[in-house]
Ligand binder design. Structure first.
Ligand code: GRG
Length: 289
């Protein structure tokens, strides 16, 4: 059952965070890092663990990049919620880090979680081969930084003040960075750990990342996101283009379903072993938060 597999991954990643953060000085900073890493779905970490299982990689190794990607993801959410960005009061149904603590703490929590993510993939317990660790570290830096997630965020901010709404190609490019890059990295990490071909999982991750973002736009419009503390229809309210504004609600749902089909097809070469990952892809377009 897929939701159980996702919950199981979340529990394992949470336990790894507790161990890692437990080794840091008990300051408000580290308390806030723990707070920021709790309560998410752990979809990205799950993809790492499952992609690793698909290649026969031990969970004791895979937990390092799985926790790393959740640290980077949590950092992005903490910074995205800041007044200078989305200025959100709630995240995962609870006060955002800058509301519960203060802005300085939230900036440092994001900084420290980002560094922690790189520390975790560079740790020898992640993989004994320094070349594999370097590959994971370099690819994670590329996915998170100015050619990946940060690029997407910068394009998104620029779109706020653009005189014309984005086209479908532009929004697809923006989201491939903002949301897609970390999801694709997560899908590929297990193949990297195994030294196997990353191409099928790259295709899976690219399609899944876009489906995830389209579904996020669908949820935004349908209002279900309100229960997890997001501003309903926020982007649409600003007159910014979204997948729903460009494709229509039904068109966006159809496109997301097509992408999930593409994602699943990319994994056919793995046979039955890939069923849980395919279930994850189907879950992405059935989730209500
Ligand atoms: C601040 C550098 C920087 C980047 C921020 C990812 C991002 C870029 C901002 C998040 C804004 C947002 C809500 C995007 C929609 C897609 C998304 C990433 C949703 C949150 O991911 P989930 O649903 O979150 O996997 P949980 O809480 O389950 O971990």
């Amino acid at each position: 059952m897929f939701p159980f597999a996702l919950q199981d991954a979340a529990t394992r990643i949470q336990s790894q965070f507790e161990t890692v953060l437990g080794n840091l000085r008990p300051l408000p900073l580290t308390q806030a890092m723990g707070y920021a890493t709790r309560g998410g779905k752990a979809l990205r970490g799950f993809l790492v663990l499952e992609g690793a299982a698909l290649h026969g990689v031990s969970p004791d190794r895979a937990i390092w990049p799985a926790t790393a990607i959740e640290a980077i993801h949590a950092y992005s959410l903490v910074h995205d919620d800041l007044p200078a960005m989305d200025d959100d009061d709630l995240r995962r149904g609870l006060p955002t880090v800058h509301r519960k603590w203060d802005e300085a703490t939230a900036i440092l929590v994001g900084d420290a979680l980002q560094s922690l993510g790189f520390e975790l993939v560079a740790d020898p317990r992640c993989h004994p081969d320094a070349g594999v660790r370097a590959d994971l570290t370099l690819s994670l830096a590329q996915a998170a930084g100015a050619r990946g997630m940060v690029l997407g965020q910068a394009l998104d901010i620029a779109a706020e003040t653009a005189t014309t709404p984005l086209t479908l190609d532009q929004i697809t490019d923006l989201q491939a960075g903002k949301t897609g890059a970390l999801i694709t990295w997560s899908a590929m990490a297990g193949a990297r750990l195994a030294g196997a071909d990353t191409a099928p999982l790259r295709r899976f991750g690219d399609a899944l990342g876009l489906a995830f973002q389209i579904w996020d736009d669908v949820l935004d419009v349908e209002g279900d996101a309100e229960t997890v503390g997001k501003a309903v229809g926020k982007d649409a309210g600003r007159g910014k283009a979204t997948f729903v504004s460009l494709l229509g609600l039904e068109g966006a749902k159809r496109r997301a379903a097509q992408l999930v089909h593409e994602a699943c097809t990319a994994l056919d070469i793995y046979g039955e072993k890939a069923e849980t990952l395919k279930d994850a892809a189907r879950f992405v377009i059935s989730r209500r938060n």
